[in-house]
Ligand binder design. Structure first.
Ligand code: SF4
Ligand code: SF4
Length: 475
């Protein structure tokens, strides 16, 4: 039996099975204990975060009026730290070759029906041009694990290619990377080539179930996978993105595991996860989500999002186009700070969306199929500022430097002006006439909400320059 130790380097000690079970028992036993639940809410209001046990107590609570307080607090916290901006990004799939056996993903090695494809550098350029033509500035790179077809050299070359493309007014300013767990040396190489966040989903923190869901391939090694974020930090990547795939395992177990992971990163490296993603399992070629018993309802999903928000108030939270328009609308105000828009989850899907060879390489079926312009327009209709900002990592605000600004409540003061300036670029370069009209009105309104006169002046000045053809202003 392993002992729980938040500072340990060992996966089984910082994500400790017995501690998770004890936390689950504590939360379930106290789901009607109003005094304890209220105390956790009061602590959450101090916006310094909650322990995994306190967080699970809130998730377990069956006191409806108190749950409503948590939803409200989640919204308040998101607005307090990040304002009403929502950052937009798109995934870019490079290759679906994979040597792993993940039973929930159509890219698994034994799937013989899926079309295998790996983009050449020329094809990557075309994908990037198509993404730039939509208006994207921030990408999340996705690829299967295959040391022969997708070695680290291929990933590094691809990132350089992406940054090198400048089509019309377009450029990709931040590439986040979601690739398999790797060595410290490879993380250093990714850092050197200028990635933003390194993202790796844990899928599930339950070791036994993890091993069953990943029966073959290098990903079968639970400890190597779970300790990947530590190696990324040791390799110099101080912005890491965590997440579980809800639906694979008991959601309560994974909720606690996820928060323990965040606590561990904070304890060991002084900085918790930069982002937390909350994907739910989706249908795909060869995959039927109904065959997984742990699916979660929209209500539980909303509660998970809100409880994560109040428990790790400084962390960005992401939902993808896996979720339907309705679900995204329902949960966006409970703590989400980033969403994907206009996404294609196939290899080569942006430049050749009609071609069958792209469509049948999909990792999962997207639910929200709106164009980026429609998503931008919808965000504005729902009182959010769509943002294409990539300022922080380009200004060296990463890791604990970034987190100390968030903790001091200062990042929102930077997010909002940056959101307005990047939105202005989008409106001029890519938006439909209706979206542009709506956006110009929003910018005029929102500029008045900038607290400092000096900043207001700078933003007004930069907006004029953007109208005159200059680009890429940031605070
Ligand atoms: Fe490969 Fe990732 Fe799919 Fe697993 S989840 S089969 S590692 S692409
Ligand atoms: Fe993100 Fe920093 Fe831009 Fe805010 S200012 S949207 S935290 S990159």
């Amino acid at each position: 039996m392993y002992k729980y130790d938040v500072n340990s380097e060992k996966a089984d000690e910082f994500i400790n099975h017995e501690e998770i079970l004890a936390s689950l028992e504590y939360g379930r036993k106290n789901k009607h204990n109003r005094e304890l639940i209220k105390a956790a809410i009061e602590k959450a209001k101090e916006v310094k975060g909650l322990s995994h046990r306190e967080a699970f107590l809130l998730l377990s609570s069956e006191e409806e009026d108190l749950n409503e307080e948590v939803y409200k607090l989640a919204n308040d916290i998101k607005r307090k730290f990040y304002g009403n901006r929502i950052v937009l990004f798109a995934p870019l799939y490079l290759s679906n070759y994979c040597v792993n056996g993940c039973v929930y993903c159509p890219y698994h090695l034994k799937n013989k029906t899926i079309h295998r494809r790996k983009l050449t550098q020329e094809e990557i350029k075309n994908e990037v041009i198509a993404l730039q033509d939509m208006g994207h500035k921030r990408l999340a790179l996705e690829t299967g694990e295959d040391p022969v077809n997708n070695p680290i050299e291929y990933i590094l070359e691809s990132i350089k290619t992406i940054y090198s493309v400048h089509h019309k007014a377009g450029d990709i300013r931040r590439v986040n990377v979601n690739i398999a767990a790797t060595t410290i040396e490879n993380y250093k190489k990714l850092k050197d080539v200028g990635i933003g966040t390194y993202i790796l989903f844990q899928e599930t923190y339950h070791r036994k179930n993890y091993e069953a869901l990943h029966p073959t391939g290098p990903k079968h090694d639970y400890a190597y996978h779970t300790e990947a974020m530590d190696r990324a930090q040791l390799g110099g990547i101080d912005d890491v993105g965590c997440g579980v795939l809800f639906g694979l395992n008991n959601y309560e177990y994974d909720f606690v595991g996820l928060l323990m992971h965040a606590e561990h990163l904070e304890a060991r490296f002084g900085v918790g996860p930069h982002t937390i993603s909350v994907p739910r399992i989706r249908p795909a070629d060869d995959i039927d989500p109904e065959s997984f018993e742990n699916g979660i309802s929209d209500d539980i999903f909303k509660k998970i999002v809100a409880c994560i928000r109040v428990s790790v108030p400084y962390t960005g939270m992401i939902i993808s186009t896996r979720e339907s328009v309705e679900t995204r609308a329902r949960i966006i105000d409970f703590g989400i700070s980033q969403i994907s828009g206009g996404s294609k989850t196939s290899v080569g899907g942006y430049a050749h969306e009609e071609e069958e060879s792209s469509a049948d390489t999909e990792q999962f079926f997207t639910s929200d199929q709106r164009t980026l312009d429609e998503v931008v327009s919808w965000l504005m209709d729902t009182n959010h500022i769509p943002s294409f900002c990539t300022a922080c990592y380009r200004a060296g605000r990463t890791g604990d430097r970034f987190m100390s600004l968030v903790k001091a409540g200062q990042i929102g003061n930077i997010c909002q002006p940056n959101a307005l300036m990047t939105l202005k670029e989008y409106l001029i370069d890519y938006a439909s006439p209706e979206t542009r009209k709506k956006g110009e009105a929003l910018i005029e309104r929102e500029i008045n909400n900038i607290g400092k006169e000096k900043v207001k002046e700078i933003v007004r000045d930069n907006l004029k320059k953007i109208e005159n053809g200059e680009r890429d202003f940031r605070l």
